[in-house]
Ligand binder design. Sequence first.
Ligand code: FES
Length: 169
Amino acid sequence: MYFFFFISSKSQSFSHFLFFSQTSDLPVLHSRCVLVHDRQVLLFHRANGWFAMDGICYHMGGPLVKGSVVDIEEPMHFRRAAEILGVVGPKSGREVVVCPWHAYRITLDTGEGMTMDTNSHWKSKGPRQRTHKVTVKDGEVFVTLTSGKFLPSDEYCNRKDIRIEEDTT
Ligand code: FES
């Protein structure tokens, strides 16, 4: 089943934004696909704010709406040690969406692809997924598409033959 929330333009003082919904329509820790000017965008409501990025993975077109959002962990050996000791491992405070197809990790705030170096530290591969601006005002959420130099996710998100499914997990 393919389903999208269509965003309608809202005039008046926010004419250059696209109205999404009331903040209460998307609870904290939920995400949702929205179609903005024919672009497939994934909107996240997290404890530390709202984020939006292209909804189709820059790698090979995976549906990021089906990925989980996690705090990017500190080095693997810390996490393993924590697991063995039965304690909660260290957190970075930075969230990534994990693509369900090949487990690429993409930061919510900047769209950077993350990879683990030989010392088991996460490092950035640079921006890969285009992020978009989210503005919240008076309980309403607005999404503004960004533009700029080509990013790998641009290749997928304007394609009409790839559609992602709506989900709210
Ligand atoms: S398609 Fe997303 S990691 Fe490969």
